[in-house]
Design a protein around this ligand. Structure first.
Ligand SMILES: [Zn+2]
Length: 222
């Protein structure tokens, strides 16, 4: 009896410890939703059909991949305004030919590490060819000449940790690495020639983020 009580107490304590480790960490996220109008929903469902070959009634994704980006310039205000438009600008004719849906991302992180949440994690966003149907996009204000900051590294690590506790995330990649998925079953793009070379978010940034998430069971390639 005494032993079984001890065993029970031990199991109870272990369970508490496990539950604590698996719980969703609390991080500060600023809600700043972009417009997800009926037209955006329609264009997203069409993108899922025409580009990814997926016939869905609603523009909903099951997040499996997190793709890290930088914005190549701009500020929170200018990038927010850019993503807030439903249709893609005429200047981006190569992308516009494939779909009139504008680009966007789920999160946008400022240089001081503030995390802005632009649209629900399970809503469709156009940010990574071939993988949008299962990818959460995290944009960071920065560029090659304005490299991402230590505070952005820390914010990305915290956000990835948070998201990987909420969703079955299997991969965390830089936009520059998405081409590695082209020959895998995860790649869904009906036009095999539709591809653009990317360099964001930068090697050094990726290395630092990976160092911070090495405790997570996520892969960097297929
Ligand atoms: Zn990108």
């Amino acid at each position: 009896m005494y032993k079984s009580i001890l065993a029970f107490v031990f199991i109870a304590i272990s369970n508490v410890a496990i539950a604590k480790n698996d719980s969703i960490p609390s991080i500060h996220i600023v809600e700043k939703p972009i417009s997800y109008s009926e037209e955006r929903k329609k264009l997203s469902v069409e993108y899922l059909q025409n580009r990814h070959g997926l016939n869905l009634q609603k523009p909903i994704i099951t997040p499996k991949i997190i793709v890290l980006h930088f914005t190549d310039g701009g500020t929170i205000k200018s990038v927010f305004n850019y993503f807030n438009s439903t249709t893609i600008e005429s200047g981006r004719s190569y992308n516009k030919k494939q779909s009139n849906l504008n680009v966007s991302s789920h999160y946008l992180i400022d240089r001081d590490g503030t995390i802005y949440h632009l649209l629900a994690d399970t809503l469709f966003a156009r940010h990574t060819i071939g993988l949008n149907y299962c990818a959460i996009g995290i944009e960071n204000i920065g560029s090659v000449s304005n490299p991402l900051t230590d505070k952005q590294v820390a914010a990305n690590i915290a956000l990835i940790n948070y998201l990987s506790k909420k969703y079955p995330i299997e991969y965390v990649i830089g936009h520059s690495e998405y081409g590695k998925f082209r020959k895998t079953p995860l790649w869904k793009e009906t036009d095999q020639t539709y591809y653009t070379g990317k360099t964001d978010p930068g090697e050094s940034f990726l290395k630092q983020v990976r160092e911070g998430i090495k405790g997570l069971k996520v892969n960097s390639s297929y």
